[in-house]
Design a protein around this ligand. Sequence first.
Ligand code: SF4
Length: 379
Amino acid sequence: MKAVYIHIPYCIKKCNYCDFTSYSLDSSPVRPEDYVVSLKRELQMWSEIRKTSDEELSTIYFGGGTPTCLSTELLGEIMNELRSLFRISSDPEITLEVNPGTINFDFAKKICKLGFNRISLGAQAFQDALLKSMGRIHTVKDIHTAVYTFRRAGLSNINIDLIYGLPGQTIKQWKESIRKAICLEADHVSTYSLHLGPSVLWGKQVDKEELVLPSEELVVQMYVEAIRILSDSGYVQYEISNFSLPHKKCRHNQVYWKNDDYLGIGAGASSHVEGFRFHNTTSLVDYCSSLDRNELPIFEKVMPNRAREISETIFMSLRMMEGLDITEFYRKFGVRIEDLYGQEINKFLRWGYLEKRGDCLRLSCKAFPVANSIFMEFV
Ligand code: SF4
């Protein structure tokens, strides 16, 4: 086990498009300090099951929600627990997701002191009107302040998250957002297209035709522009949605894309351990009461069948620019990928959507905008 994810399910207020497990701080049924007690209990239980002191962690990721809703004292308690239960590598990547509207210099200094060395900033857009319509609590000025504050505090690895395909978003605004992230010298930029679940406010409004999303053509154009602008500025696209300066790839996300093992701690968190997928309950009350009874708060435990493991391995690998290692695939599953999907592979090679480089199969640039349709053929 190289990776641990810690889920902090609190936000100042819920955004209009969000279906992550997160609760507004004001109305949460469980206080953050009680939640952290349960988090530490879950870590201890996994540590007893997995003998984690024998395993070296190379990446830790605090996501949410808004982890920066917690005080530095509570974040420090979790870090101390991790340090006492796991062996952490000498050069770990320790990421904290940050909402730009929630920090100041004192907070940033303390975060660095706790050992966090990577910040993932949920900027999302660089237009106040768009941020307001999304229900974000921050402004464009807050994004700039957050980046300068963390740099001044000594942080040298900053990711900026951006979303495209927002209602009312123009291509001009999207290009401006990317350029502003570059001007802020982001080390890493993640670009996500808006995905709306049926239960979120915007999803309901779209269903009732009260809200209009940009056309599919415009969304594809936005994605293509992101690739062009970021590549022209020296960023390497190493995954469908992720771009980094040299040596600044996100180690943690690569664990997910390579289908490696990781432990997810917290309400709504998922784990992948020795072939099993575990999903924790999303209810804060159930999460804490399970742990009070010394029971892991697992809501679902699934052993994916071989066909599903194969499909997942193929499309997760194809998300990455390094692609799928054909020999490694044979070693893992005992069957040649060409024997399973020869027809599909040949078709996509002919169409120029797949490329074969040595022992690797990967998507071509032309395939990125239609990647999801290609993945569907391997499911
Ligand atoms: S800040 Fe992030 S996690 Fe919280 S509600 Fe908004 S999108 Fe969801």
